[in-house]
Structure formats: C-alpha cells, structure tokens
Design a protein around this ligand. Structure first.
Ligand code: MG
Length: 387
C-alpha cells in the first residue's frame, strides 16, 4: 500500500512537473525550450542484435551472400566487377579496379569489416593495401596491414598518414589499434561532405573513424580530396552523392558486413543551437508551434488551465495575435481571483503556486515582467506566506 501511494505521488509529481512551463524557454537561437515536451521525438530505430550488426534503418550493401554482392556492387564503369565472392566475403582482384556500390550516398555512417591477408607479402604500402572511399572515390580511409608498421623500421618503412585508419595523405590515425593480418578489423565511419554556398566553402566536411572500436579520426576536417603525394583544397562544389568504394591496390584484401545509414547534413538544421541557427528560421518554427498550441486552448473557458496554456504559447511567440488572446484569458482569470474571499484563495493554494511556477520560468527568461495576473499571484503568495 505504501508503495502504491509513493508511486502515485511520484506520478503526480512528474505530471505536474511537465505540465506547463518547465525549462528555459525558446530564444532567438533556440526554437525549443529546455526539456520541451512539444519537441518531436527522434525516429525509433531497432539496433542490430549484436554490436556491428545493421540497425533497422541501415541499407545493407553486403551481408555475406552472393546475391547482395551481385545486386549492390559494380566496377568503376557501372558494369560487372571482377572482384570475387569468396567464402561470404568480397575479395579484391589485382587490376580489377575499385569495387563501387551501385547506390550513391552523401553524408553517411558506414560500417565495414576488412581483413589483410594472413601472409602479407611486401612492405610498407605494399602490405594488404586497399582503402575505403566515400563520395565516389573522393576521400580515402586507408586499409593496410599496419600491425607492425613503424616509420623508423628499415625492414618495413612506412609513413604515418598512410597507415590503417589514416585519412590518406592528410591525417594519421590518433593511435594504432590494428589487429594482426588475417584477423578481421572493423571500421565505423562518419562522413560529412563539404558544404558550399555558391563557390564558397562554408565547411570543408569531416571524417570521424573508429577502428576496432577505438577512435582514430576525431572529426577530422577535410583539407580536400585525398590524393597520393599531393596536397589538395576544397576548391569547388562537387557532386553531393557518390558510391562507396573499396580500393584495388594490387593486394588481396577481403571485406564483409557492409552497411550504411544515410545522415542528414548537420548544416541543414538551422532552428536550434547557437552556432548554425538562423534567427528567421527559428522564429518561424516558434510561431508555428505557438499556433498549434493556441489552437488547442478552449477559449470558452477562463481557468488556471487556460492560463498555463496561453503562457506556454507566449514562451514561443509573444507577437500581437497571441498577446491579444493572452490578455483576454489572463485578464479574465485575474478578475476571478480578485473576486475570491480569503478562504476561497486558501482552497486554491496548489493551483496558484503552480501558476507562479509558470510565471517564474517566464520571469527568469526576461518575459511577462509586467503581466498584472503574474503580479497578483506573486502578491497573494507573499501575503499568505506560501513558501
Ligand atoms: Mg589504399
């Protein structure tokens, strides 16, 4: 019984906490309040049964079947690739060229597993060399047997910006978490392409890479397309979609479990956040939300519920049409309060304190300072000493 009472009390507490105003209200740069229950919830996604398995919204490009190999992969000309399907993996073939996904992508989360040969021949860049490319071959995350790679080792010389986990030619991996050749290595890659406005590069794009679960590229901002020996720049807008590719660099390298999730361009969100928010977009969304909330108010009634609802509307937008409705509701409720006898006020202690909480949120955000109803409520609470 005690438990039941406690549970009811907690439920009541949370219900009252989330009814009406609660967190700091929208601003010129934020379309939503803090802890805003009107803010749309994220789309539900079912994660893979095990880590590394595709979630429900992933596009599976290779699942270990020959069918997915034939359906999703082609050569650089869009024709049948000479890469081989071997024991549930994709195997690169010397002189076959890169293997390319038939479907093209822009910003993505990409999962791929790769394996350098158990017996790697050669040294340096000749040991299990391949690569994972995004945006149609524009940017390479290096694939290489880097297990014992050391630039100072004369038996196996190499360069840091060409090791596994490197953004090729630009940035070495932060650390080297590679496994031995012959073991499967796991890439989880987040790619955001450059953003141009006309010919002006607003953001160069970025790569974040986990290798075997270890962060090796921490939102690396791309200098330009990755290239051998050459330094490049983000000079001009390019195609915004392209294939995922795996490189043929002459060494037999295997790939498996390839899936991708298309990501929205982060610069498309202009309605919330201090960095990219566009004040006009923010205000449009705030006004739209205010209109939706206003439409739900029963304007035939003038009670505390309607006051709370209209105060919430004002937290989004206090332009004249909304203020006019607020004046009517708050003015009506003020008249009701003024007509109450002291005992009747006492009976409404909870309601009045709840309304004051709503005004508190507005006041601490610099709004509704001169509202006569708010002032009246504050006065009642002071006089009654309801602290
Ligand atoms: Mg390579």
């Amino acid at each position: 019984m005690k438990k039941l009472i406690l549970a009811s009390a907690v439920a009541g507490l949370s219900a009252s906490l989330f009814a009406g105003l609660y967190g700091d209200i929208p601003t010129a740069k934020h379309a939503w309040a803090v802890h805003d229950t009107n803010r749309p919830n994220p789309v539900k996604v079912t994660p893979g049964a095990q880590l590394g398995q595709p979630p429900s919204d992933a596009i599976v490009l290779f699942d270990g079947t020959e069918e997915s190999f034939k359906k999703n992969w082609v050569d650089g000309k869009g024709e049948r690739t000479k890469w081989k399907f071997v024991n549930g993996t994709l195997e690169s073939v010397n002189h076959a060229g890169n293997i390319c996904s038939r479907q093209e992508f822009g910003d993505v989360q990409l999962h791929v597993e790769w394996q350098a040969p158990i017996k790697v021949e050669g040294y340096g860049q000749g040991r299990g060399n391949s690569g994972v490319f995004v945006l149609g071959g524009m940017y390479e995350i290096q694939v290489l047997d880097s297990y014992e790679t050391n630039p100072a080792d004369m038996k196996n010389p190499n360069y840091a910006d060409g090791q596994a986990g490197a953004v090729y030619g630009q940035n070495p991996p932060l650390v080297n978490p590679t496994r031995k050749p012959g073991e499967w290595q796991v890439y989880d890659i987040i790619f955001h392409q450059p953003v141009f406005e006309g010919n002006e590069c607003k953001h160069p794009g970025s790569l974040t890479v986990f290798l075997n679960g270890v962060l090796v590229q921490d939102h690396w901002e791309l200098e330009g397309p990755t290239w051998h020996c050459r330094r490049t720049r983000q000079e001009k807008p390019r195609a915004t979609k392209g294939s995922i590719q795996f490189q043929d660099h002459g060494n037999p390298v295997h790939f498996r479990n390839v899936w991708v999730r298309e990501l929205p361009c982060r610069y498309a969100n202009t309605t919330h956040g201090t960095f990219l928010a566009n004040e006009r977009d923010v205000m449009n969304l705030r006004r739209e939300t205010a209109k939706k909330l206003l439409a739900k108010i029963d304007r035939n009634k003038v009670g505390s519920q309607q006051v709370k609802e209209i105060l919430e509307v004002l937290s989004y937008c206090d332009e004249k049409p909304f203020m006019d409705v607020a004046s009517k509701i708050c003015g009506g409720y003020l008249a009701k309060l003024e007509a109450l006898k002291p005992r009747e006020l006492d009976e409404r202690k909870g309601t009045i304190k709840d309304l004051r909480h709503n005004y508190d949120v507005l006041w601490r955000n610099g709004k509704a300072k001169d509202c006569p109803l708010g002032k009246k409520i504050e006065q009642i609470i002071k006089e009654k000493n309801w602290r």
